[in-house]
Design a protein around this ligand. Structure first.
Ligand SMILES: [Ca+2]
Ligand SMILES: [Ca+2]
Ligand SMILES: [Ca+2]
Ligand SMILES: [Ca+2]
Length: 252
């Protein structure tokens, strides 16, 4: 009976990992998140107050390599759901993973690599049914003013359909989203669009970093927007309709 119990167990694990997955319907309007509502995340590892975004620890490589290009990590696994809630001191918070810094001037959710957080980051869950020109934009902010001066890579990825590997988006790659030491000013804007996202009923975006060589820096993912426009009435179908009407007129 192992043939039936094993797939069921895998389905259950997948469901737990995506417990907070609520697809945002882009036909209802644009998606935006700037983390200014500091009450949305109030407890560690609890994303239930945040619509359509979940953070993950990214403990995805037991070997804990450093300096890996996050564009090359495309496997679906992101490790456990993660957020360190209600933080105010990115310079001294040494943990890897995802943290909510709601006690700084411009609140943000940020990520930092470490030996356990190989590929930490955020996953966004969208429904693009009937939509085209789907565009994701955000600002990657160095909020880490400590002595650390890492090469903090950030990658943007997506997948359609809710299963399988992610696909890297080259336009969303940042070779180093931080400066240092003792600097926390760099803001790197990212904006990308891809026809593959048109009309996708399950469209996931993933923004991840990877464990850098040496001590990593916190980088925030802020001012997130996902915009789109309606799929236009197909011109061929309209022409077909007109042609049919002409045929029907001739038959009368
Ligand atoms: Ca913000
Ligand atoms: Ca909070
Ligand atoms: Ca820095
Ligand atoms: Ca490191």
């Amino acid at each position: 009976m192992m043939k039936t119990t094993l797939p069921l167990a895998l389905v259950a694990i997948a469901a737990v990992g995506r417990a907070d997955m609520v697809l945002f319907d882009l036909s209802a309007g644009n998606f935006s998140q700037d983390w200014s509502n500091t009450a949305m995340i109030a407890a560690n590892d609890d994303w239930s107050g945040v619509g359509s975004i979940t953070g993950f620890l990214g403990d995805t490589n037991a070997g804990s390599p450093t300096g890996v290009d996050p564009q090359t990590y495309l496997a679906p696994n992101m490790g456990v759901v993660d957020v360190i809630a209600n933080q105010a001191a990115p310079n001294s918070l040494g943990n890897g993973g995802v943290a909510e810094f709601d006690g700084i001037t411009n609140p943000v959710v940020a990520m930092q690599g470490s030996g356990s957080a190989d590929t930490p980051g955020l996953v966004l869950y969208m429904n693009a049914t009937g939509r085209t020109n789907v565009t994701i934009s955000y600002n990657v902010r160095d909020i880490d003013g400590s002595l650390d001066n890492s090469i903090q890579q950030v990658a943007l990825q997506y997948r359609v359909g809710g299963t399988g590997n992610f696909v890297n988006v080259p336009a969303g790659y940042i070779a180093d989203a931080s400066t240092g030491p003792s600097q926390a000013t760099l803001v790197t804007p990212v904006s990308a669009t891809d026809g593959a996202w048109d009309n996708a009923s399950i469209l996931e975006f993933r923004v991840i970093t990877a464990n850098a060589v040496g001590s990593d820096e916190w980088v925030g993912i802020d001012d997130i927007t996902v915009t789109s426009s309606p799929v236009p009435e197909p011109a061929t179908l309209t022409a077909f309709g007109l042609g049919l009407a002409a045929v029907l007129r001739r038959r009368r």
